[in-house]
Design a binder for this molecule. Structure first.
Ligand code: BDR
Ligand code: CA
Length: 317
């Protein structure tokens, strides 16, 4: 499972979130596959003051306090922030009690870091990995349109087709929070790979999978087990499912082992007008329009392979 070529350069844009935290650990545990140029925090699951702090907690937990963490946008482009404490708890990382981070926030705004990084690296060599609302990415594209064609790919968690919605009957949380930002990103022309709920609702924790994390006996292993224990209660009640979906790690797992996922290259548009279906990802899965495909929209995952990869990589931290 080693990558013969050099690691792919990525920026993780995130609103941690227990599942975001696991995604960051997976990336930091996989240096031969991905080089994390920086972690950019955005408001989402909880307000920015907490997401930027949580991002630093996770980097320290991984034993990588040298990771650059930037604070980004505090609110969606043109709407009031909607948060998800009902899922992630008051801190966004509820579950085990975590100490405050010692590592400092990097200086500067996350949006400027994204712009400068894309300008200073060769075109087509930096991949963006959004795990929360798309505000930081869209604002960077608006502020510096020259960077758009320099992005290698955007691999994001967001949206749904068969699973429809988790925050409204029609919309998935990350897209719903900032639909205008999502619209900008999906219309940008950058190659996009999407991990929608259709995939992430198949990446479910089970007792043996969580025990495997806990049995690593390391601090990160035990933390992941305790986070998922907390995170599970919500989905078990809501969906009657056996465990919790580890949404965001699907993005990083795709960069490491794309063969774990299957999907279709299709047209995906974002609903920004209707109050009823705001933030819906209108995905032309069946090819019933002649709208141009703009995204690789995933539909299936090898869940056993995904959890094996996660456990193996978290064991290294
Ligand atoms: C997404 O919303 C957040 O609550 C999770 O971290 C994930 O990114 C799932 O809808
Ligand atoms: Ca997230």
């Amino acid at each position: 499972m080693t990558n013969p070529s050099s690691p792919r350069k990525i920026i993780i844009d995130t609103d941690p979130g227990q599942d975001d935290a696991v995604a960051i650990l997976l990336a930091l545990g996989s240096p031969e596959d991905v080089e994390v140029l920086g972690v950019t925090a955005v408001a989402g699951n909880v307000p920015l003051a907490l997401t930027q702090k949580n991002a630093r907690i996770v980097c320290e937990l991984a034993g990588k306090p040298e990771t650059k963490v930037f604070a980004g946008c505090e609110a969606p482009i043109s709407r009031k922030l909607v948060t998800a404490e009902h899922v992630h708890g008051k801190t966004g990382l509820d579950g085990p009690v975590m100490p405050d981070p010692e590592m400092e926030l990097s200086e500067g705004h996350a949006v400027d870091f994204i712009i400068e990084t894309l300008r200073s690296n060769d075109a087509g060599t930096v991949t963006l990995c959004p795990l929360g609302p798309l505000t930081n990415i869209a604002v960077a594209f608006q502020k510096a349109p020259d960077i758009i064609e320099r992005v290698q790919e955007i691999v994001l968690m967001g949206g749904a087709y068969f699973e429809v919605g988790n925050i409204t009957p029609a919309a998935e949380f990350n897209i719903y929070v900032d639909p205008e930002a999502a619209d900008i990103v999906f219309k940008s022309g950058v190659p996009i790979t999407v991990m929608p709920l259709d995939v992430t609702h198949k990446a479910l924790t089970t007792k043996p999978r969580v025990d495997a994390f806990r049995n690593l006996g390391t601090k990160p292993g035990v933390m992941v087990a305790e986070w998922t224990d907390f995170f599970e209660r919500f989905d078990k009640e809501k969906y009657g499912s056996q465990g919790a979906p580890l949404h965001d790690p699907c993005v990083i797992a795709y960069l490491i082992k794309p063969e774990l996922f299957k999907g279709r290259h299709i047209n995906v548009e974002i609903e920004t007008g209707s109050e009823l279906t705001l933030g819906m990802t209108v995905a032309d899965w069946w090819g019933v329009t002649d709208r141009k495909p703009n995204a690789m929209f995933m539909g299936d995952i090898d869940a056993d392979g995904f959890f094996e990869l996660l456990t193996e990589r978290i064991a290294r931290l």
